[in-house]
Design a protein around this ligand. Structure first.
Ligand code: FES
Ligand SMILES: [Fe+2]
Length: 364
């Protein structure tokens, strides 16, 4: 076996230090998905996001509340308490907190100590998901949330799902910007052998990274061949744009059409997938997915079929990334190196950007 020269390893390790990885502290000043909207009900929901324990609930008026999940009296998780009239009563000694996180009752005495409470976080419910801002409250700005009109439009049919990834969110964003893995990791689901070799174009901007790939002609896998009717060998065009839009949102847009029909006389079938990774810990990630299509609307059987097929593929990513994390964790730091290839350029640029964002927030 060829063992790289120490100088090659040192160069690779040097390059890795300029990119975000699982050791990079979280970027706090951004919007991340906290939950699907219908996961937050009039009951307490505990969830760890960006390394912090939070408790969520919905008020009787329908407002989402996100609070620190730790009683400031003796640190009992408030999620182990009870929700009563839009307030949480701690399950240990009964201190009560309102939706703003203020302590409003101490059962064992007449008054609450002044200025005692827990942190509350700003949330924003939009379409199927609830976004959260966990950084500096005064920087929370809805204009920093990328638009996703299709996620609310009646012209798109949608389904959603959640996967728990035992791996870093940075690696998930990288996976989504690297579509050469489709021919291999997804060989049995939605990858085709021609995918890895198809020409691609990279778009590397300030905070925006995309990979464009036109696979023409190609044969579609069943997940799309069946709903579009493009079932012939070499019949289809598969035009893909995979884009990192923010730390909490990666979007894949694909157009399919019959590449043997004239340009102005061929139906186009579009799908979109919002991949929304939210770090749970350094090596685990909440992976929220919303998938949409602009054809076969009001066809629940097609929705069920595509959802089931797609989630087989997304599970392959989750399983692969968990294995990758295990391999990383069990390699001594001095032996750890990874080299990049040309197709990694957008992912490398994205990881450098994530590191720069973190350093900007918390300079050494
Ligand atoms: S720990 Fe919550 S009331 Fe004492
Ligand atoms: Fe994948």
């Amino acid at each position: 076996m060829t063992r790289p020269l120490p100088a090659v390893i040192a160069a690779a390790q040097n390059a890795a230090h300029r990119m975000a990885d699982r050791h990079t502290p979280f970027v706090m000043n951004d919007w991340y998905v906290a939950a699907f909207a219908d996961d937050i009900k009039e009951q307490l929901l505990a969830r760890t996001l960006l390394g912090r324990r939070l408790v969520f609930y919905r008020t009787r008026a329908g407002q989402v509340v996100a609070l620190e999940d730790r009683c400031p009296h003796r640190s009992m998780p408030l999620s182990a308490g009870t929700l009563t009239q839009d307030t949480i009563v701690c399950g240990y000694h009964g201190l009560r907190f309102n939706a703003e996180g203020d302590c409003i009752e101490v059962p064992s005495q007449a008054n609450c100590p002044k200025n005692v409470g827990i942190r509350s976080y700003r949330t924003h419910e939009r379409g199927a998901v609830v976004w959260i801002w966990m950084g500096e409250a005064e920087l929370a700005d809805l204009s920093k949330l990328p638009p996703q009109d299709w996620m609310e439009s009646a012209e798109w049919e949608r389904s959603q799902g959640y996967l728990s990834l035992q791996g870093s969110y940075v690696r998930l964003h990288e996976n989504l910007l690297d579509l050469t893995h489709l021919s291999f990791l997804h060989a049995k689901s939605f990858g085709t052998p021609d995918y890895a070799k198809a020409a691609f174009e990279s778009v590397i901007g300030d905070g925006q990274f995309a990979l464009l790939r036109n696979v023409v002609p190609t044969t579609l896998p069943p997940v799309w061949a069946i709903p579009t009717g493009l079932t012939g060998q070499g019949q289809a065009a598969r035009i893909v744009r995979s884009e990192f839009r923010s730390l909490g949102l990666h979007e894949v847009s694909v157009t399919f059409y019959d590449c043997h029909l004239p340009e102005n006389d061929r139906p186009q079938f579009r799908i979109r997938t919002a991949h929304m990774p939210t770090p749970e810990t350094a090596t685990s990630t909440h992976y929220f997915i919303v998938h949409g299509r602009d054809f076969a609307l009001d066809d629940p059987e097609t929705t069920r079929f595509m959802h089931a097929q797609l989630f087989v593929a997304f599970q392959e990513d989750v399983d692969g990334l968990a294995l990758q994390e295990q391999a990383l964790a069990s390699t001594p730091a001095e032996d750890l190196y990874e080299f990049s290839v040309a197709a990694d350029a957008p992912a490398v640029a994205m990881r450098r950007y994530v590191l720069a964002r973190q350093r900007q927030e918390a300079p050494d």
